[in-house]
Design a binder for this molecule. Sequence first.
Ligand code: CMC
Length: 432
Amino acid sequence: MSRDTLTITDNRTGKQYEFPIEDGTIRALDLRQIKVNEKDFGLMTYDPAFNNTAACKSRITYIDGDRGVLLYRGYPIDQLAEKSSYLETAYLILNGELPTAPQLQQWTEHITLHTIIHENVKKFMDGFHHDAHPMGMLVSTIGALSTFYPDAKDIFNPSSRLKQTYRLIAKIPTLAAFAYRHSMGMPYAYPDNDLSYAGNFLNMLFKMTEVKYKPNPVLEKALDVLFILHADHEQNCSTSAMRGVGSSHVDPYSAIAAATAALYGPLHGGANEAVIRMLNEIGDVKRIPAFIQRVKAGEEKLMGFGHRVYKNYDPRARIIKGIAEEVFEVMGRNPLLDIAVELERIALDDEYFIKRKLYPNVDFYSGIIYQAMGFPTDMFPVLFAIPRTSGWVAQWVEMLLDSEQKIARPRQIYLGAGLRDYIPVDSRPSAP
Ligand code: CMC
């Protein structure tokens, strides 16, 4: 008769253990019962980079990596991209349900009313070098916000958490835009609360001398869809940073600064930037086969390809490829698209990529659109961090309210030196 349990025989002792299987997992702590004697610490699992370890139970985002499915709170990403808006999706991610019309109106109003940042933030923004990376400026200024809002330390107070949620979602675009204007040597453009979330962000970036900035509706919509696609992606590197740092019960600004720093890396949110550099380096479709050879020889990585979870086409990449044409109609065609499409075609037909199930991920096409929209390459990871804020906050709240969670603290396998006595510097043997 089948049972939802796992029986393990320890061949060191001949003892048998039976552990429950729940939701396709066994509890790692159950393994600690497996000991060779009473003094033994008990068995642990070794899982560098968390390849096969669930660190939480979540109800926010579902990914089926083999089938290329992504759901936020059960809703398919393509339906949200087509029918929802970023702020509505953020509400859904944070609250679990789509808002009613009055809820959406109130939510939008609260976010809109928090877009201004303290004037002192401008002063430390001014202190950065003209060529400072905007992601570095964003990480620092988000962290600095914690000094402006000491009430944010009250993390178990729902109304305080809600206030920080409004502030974070509203102010991060303002910080991002100010970082951009600083690097361009342009005066900061203040938020315009008549505009949509994406429209206002474009205003703060690109407003020149006109009295009222009018965002192009095609670009405004495209940016909003890109924001929806990037809103959450379950337990990736930056979300794990958010949960891990947040588990120390620090305020959410400090935890989001840590998550943003994790997103900065070229293997995560920095990949869209790396894709453009790679496409520029290839320069011509004729040079793709030689580039692919270098990838297969392990000399290069095909940036924007591969994913820890997706072993199929990333559904977000498919949607982005679709909106690229709409953006190109307004802004002109980005010639890098031809190189990207051909690169994808050749890679998807090549045994190396087929065998390893390497497909385009979200970053493969997003940079091409961002570039066509007039964003400098350095800004790409920033454009990822803005919408991911809602996901980070939702995951942080879920972690705080989960009674099974504690401060994150992995174990290690110690392979270093055994106990030894300190040797004064004069008595140490000389280096070989
Ligand atoms: N180009 C060439 N080979 C690759 C690539 C790639 N982009 N990605 C994985 N491989 C190979 C890898 O060398 C390994 O081969 P082998 O089995 O012969 O050693 C095999 O595929 C399995 O790869 P892995 O490194 O074990 O996979 P992972 O789950 O640890 O890494 C990844 C996932 C996303 C870090 C990796 O695929 C990668 O570096 N991709 C390029 C960077 C990128 O596009 N990142 C964006 C990820 S999506 C958005 C986000 O998370 O922010």
